[in-house]
Design a binder for this molecule. Structure first.
Ligand code: NCD
Length: 329
């Protein structure tokens, strides 16, 4: 029986076999939502739950940045599969970090109370740093503008669920590609799939990092950077839209650079007119929260997959927790 261990970045998920395992387990987790189960299904739910040792397994959510979906879906996932949860939603203010405790010290202590730590922190690299000090697996739930691997896994699960494949795809990424950690995790994940083309569409001040483009090109991924959203939406299988990450637009005095934000916000907006240019068999995704980069009128379009995507987060996180805590064949 193998175990997943720390989940820090999507470069860990290169093998198709591992993704297939994770995704089939995620789909099986939907069984818990059924209201009346036959005997065999009750038995299967028992097997899908965390194995019972002398006590319940405990997940600590240590969140130093705001979250709705990520924290709630992790917490509900852990409870559904029979675990328990410790949580601090604003760890910067409500944990001992407010008294000046270092991240390594907090991690060493929390590791004594929990079997897995889900960490969201404003500094890039913080999850990797935490993992060096942790006695229990660390799950990176967003390290500043770095990565958000479990989001990318649920994103790829959604693509596979909606389109029936995770290879041979043209994926257009639109919005804040510089600070959007979900974008970084998704492209590193896609880099290991076959027949992928990626289009980057962003205001110049939040363009994709050149190193990420280089990484993709080295992996044989076709990459295009363009300003022409309308051309791209006509071709893409997946239109992945992101919020301009205002909280990362800090000036040297720590205040938000409102001028820079105004220059980036609203440059690319998906409305009905843009959606009408898209192919019938394409999908629109967004990690959420959205501000105004997808008009509400698009929500009724059956290709708008973002709320289904958020719902999938629960199943993928149930499967991940099972694979981290109990392992997999
Ligand atoms: C994203 C995040 O926190 O990086 N949200 C999420 O986890 N679904 C995206 C964002 O905040 O824009």
């Amino acid at each position: 029986m193998a175990k997943l261990g720390h989940i820090l970045e999507t470069q860990q998920f290169k093998e198709k076999e591992l993704l297939d395992k994770l995704f089939s387990l995620s789909t099986e987790m939907k069984l818990f939502d059924k209201t009346s189960l036959i005997k065999e299904e009750v038995q299967r739910c028992e097997e899908l739950s965390l194995s019972k040792g002398s006590r319940k397994k405990i997940m600590a959510c240590l969140f130093y940045e705001p979250s709705t979906r990520t924290r709630f879906s992790f917490e509900t996932a852990m409870k559904i599969i029979g675990g328990d949860v410790l949580s601090t939603e604003s760890a910067g203010h409500f944990s001992s970090a407010a008294k000046g405790e270092s991240l390594p010290d907090t991690i060493k202590v929390v590791g004594g109370y929990a079997d897995v730590i889900v960490l969201r922190h404003p500094e890039e690299g913080s999850a990797k740093r935490a993992a060096r000090y942790s006695s229990v697996p660390i799950i990176n739930a967003g390290d500043g503008p770095g990565q958000h691997p479990t989001q990318a896994l649920l994103d790829l699960y959604t693509i596979n669920d909606e389109l029936g494949r995770m290879d041979e795809l043209e994926v257009a990424l639109v919005g804040d590609l510089k600070y959007g950690r979900t974008v970084h995790s998704l492209v590193y994940l896609l880099a290991h799939r076959k027949g992928i083309k990626i289009d980057f569409v962003a205001p110049p001040e939040v363009a994709i990092h050149p190193e990420i483009k280089k990484y993709l090109q080295k992996k044989g991924i076709e990459v295009e950077e363009t300003k022409e959203l309308e051309d791209v939406v006509r071709r893409a299988d997946v239109l992945y839209v992101t919020r301009i990450q205002k909280e990362r637009f800090k000036k040297s005095d720590g205040t938000i650079d409102e001028e820079k934000y105004k220059r980036c916000r609203g440059v690319y907006v998906i409305d009905e007119r843009i959606a009408d240019l898209m192919r019938a068999d394409s999908i629109i995704m967004h990690p959420l929260p959205r501000i105004d980069e997808i008009a509400q009128e698009v929500d009724k379009d059956k290709r708008a997959a973002y709320f289904r995507q958020a719902a999938n987060g629960k199943y993928v996180r149930m499967a991940l927790l099972k694979m981290v805590l109990d392992g997999y064949e």
